[in-house]
Design a protein around this ligand. Structure first.
Ligand code: CP
Length: 313
């Protein structure tokens, strides 16, 4: 079994078999991070360019660590310190970097479809690290690995994703993945943060957070993305927390074995109470840990690491 795609631009085009392959490969990669020498030669001699045009803590760090653990050479391209600030376009930037013979670009950009835009101008593998409100495929894959580890699988699992649905690339990638794998998905948020036609994705949609929590196996909270939204979508952050904040009391409505997830960064006291984020049901930092393994797996599978190249340090 191999990946049928040259790039990882989104979850929408992946098959359930490819998703399972990535998760199985990530499980194997996790072991590398716990060795005394955290390095394998799988991608020795490959050049990966990290193109981050938006801020990031988790995704950027874990991609760079994943690249280093696989022995790839890395170039961290800083948009603010580049000639983009002099007006050079994204395509011209890529045309120039292309002559430095990269094998892969990992790109985060505020524009949906940024990977597709540069596809004709590079021979390298493209990995989408988040494009506007479109997709964040590696986040959904690390979320899936966390769910599979904690719950054993996806079929029939009740998953609630709540918060700023309208501005979230995480929700789109997660819905595509969870539906492909057989989960029962509900989306919840204030009406102003629920875009139209969500039900065409095969999910339930509600504005009633308390009732939506009933019996859920997985509750995934989303950050309010103040930087992407116009003012006035809800009265105040205090009011938002009152109706849509995940508190310990609210969480009692979910299944007794519920897990609480969040892609980060978390807004404590806005979409989630600190007691829940730091509490016994939270797997938020497990998600972060799985990010390294999942990103190692993706780079390994797309850049053609050999079967025997993860065993030697
Ligand atoms: N979850 C996530 O994408 O976090 P960062 O923006 O810090 O990368």
């Amino acid at each position: 079994m191999a990946m049928h795609h040259k790039d990882l631009v989104g979850i929408e085009t992946l098959s359930p078999e490819e998703i399972t392959l990535i998760l199985d490969t990530a499980e194997k990669m996790a072991e590398v991070s716990h060795r005394p020498l955290k390095k394998v030669p799988a991608l020795r001699g490959k050049l990966v360019v990290n193109l981050f045009f938006e801020n990031s803590t988790r995704t950027r760090s874990s991609f760079e660590i994943a690249e280093k653990r696989l022995s790839a050479d890395t170039l961290n391209f800083s948009a603010s310190a580049s000639s983009l600030s002099k007006g050079e376009s994204l395509v011209d930037t890529v045309l120039n970097l292309e002559r430095m013979q990269p094998d892969a670009y990992v790109m985060r950009h505020s524009s949906p479809g940024a990977c597709q835009l540069i596809r004709p101008f590079t021979k390298a593998v493209l990995v989408n690290a988040g494009d506007g409100a479109h997709e964040h495929p590696t986040q959904a894959l690390l979320d899936a690995l966390t769910i599979r580890q904690k719950k054993g699988g996806f079929r029939g699992l009740k998953v609630l994703i709540a918060g700023d649905i309208a501005h979230s690339r995480v929700v789109r990638s997660n819905v595509f993945l969870l539906k492909k794998m057989g989960a029962d998905v509900t989306l919840c948020g204030p009406a102003t943060l629920l875009p139209p036609h969500l039900d065409s994705l095969g999910v339930k949609v509600t504005t009633d957070f308390d009732r939506a929590l009933d019996g859920q196996d997985v509750v995934m909270m989303l950050r309010i993305q103040l930087e992407r939204q116009k003012k006035g979508l809800f009265p105040s952050l205090l009011e938002y927390y009152k109706y849509y904040g995940l508190t310990e009391e609210r969480l009692r409505r979910a299944d007794r074995e519920v897990i609480v997830m969040h892609p980060g960064p978390i807004n404590r006291g806005v979409e989630i109470a600190s007691e829940v984020a730091d509490g016994p049901y939270s797997v938020i930092l497990d998600q972060v840990e799985n990010g390294v393994s999942v990103r190692m797996a993706i780079l390994y599978l797309l850049l053609g690491g050999g079967d025997d190249e993860t065993s030697h340090s």
